[in-house]
Design a binder for this molecule. Sequence first.
Ligand code: CA
Length: 223
Amino acid sequence: MRILLAEDDDRIRSDVSRALEAAGYVVDSQANGEEAWFMGDTESYAAAILDLGLPGMDGLAVLKRWRAAGRDFPVLVLTARGAWTERVEGIDAGADDYLPKPFRMEELVARLRAIIRRSGGQASPVVIVGEAELDTRQMRLSVHGVPINLSPQEYRLVAYLMLHKGRVVPQQELAEHLQADHFERESNAVEVLVGRVRRKLPIALIETRRGFGYTVADSDAAP
Ligand code: CA
């Protein structure tokens, strides 16, 4: 999953970036508010982490502009310690959660996971589709209770589709979430990855909608 990180403190930006990559996310980081706004306005993200005090354009203005333009990805706001007015303004401007500095990386990753899950309509860290069970805390997929050995990229593909179960996800959107360098996308990279994942699964989890994309059917939804 692709995350936008907007933070002008070099140290925090590189620490957060490293922690997110270790947690299996693809990260685009920006130190400038206006550039962060542009990225969020034009690219597709699973979530954004937004510092409020940014050069170029402050975080609140960035968030308000995204929301005014209908960009509805979840946003976790980073605020200065004890600045409760910033928290209130952040929530009012459309933030999904906030975290005061300094924070523990574990807490940041947990909160990020929670806002992504909620935005996908999932209240639980475990997503179940038929016989497949995705545990987003353990980053593990099991089928019939047996863990499937997936590479990080294979896991990201399955997790993205399962978190958006019932929706057809265009190939382009998947490619954006799976690759760190979006200038090096190969046209058939997603197809190859889907093929590899399918061979590892004992069940038909991922359906192809030719010309549209891929989907994991929502087994709980009414037919
Ligand atoms: Ca700052």
